[in-house]
Design a protein around this ligand. Sequence first.
Ligand code: SF4
Ligand code: SF4
Length: 130
Amino acid sequence: MIKQVLKQVFKKPFTNKFPVKYAPKNVSALLQKVERGEAQINPPVPIPDQFRGRIVYEEEKCIGCKMCIKVCPAKVIEFREEEKKIRMYVARCIFCSQCVDVCPVNCLHISDTYLLAHTDRLDPETLIVE
Ligand code: SF4
Ligand code: SF4
């Protein structure tokens, strides 16, 4: 047991400090600096294989079958009747990938995009309406 504890104490962590190596006084101010190119984000650890990030929707391939709506457990997807296409509310997604698996024409994909935090869940950036 003591051997295991000592091993853990000296082991390198699997995670890294994010978004920066130090604790910023004001995270919002820091992120604004990053946007202006005055500060840099500490690169995260490499994204593992099979990581499930933001869903990508290829609208032109979609045939409007609604299968994805039926299987989605988090009510992320709604149907746009006029266009016979879908709209996705990313903030609700639990990244289960069931919509991707069920889509008969492969127009839904899992990406490795993980920076999805936003202050407005209805902002166009948090919707997928291609
Ligand atoms: S990944 Fe899961 S929760 Fe997200 S939209 Fe697809 S079915 Fe819904
Ligand atoms: S399952 Fe695929 S083709 Fe069917 S509505 Fe959803 S995205 Fe479109």
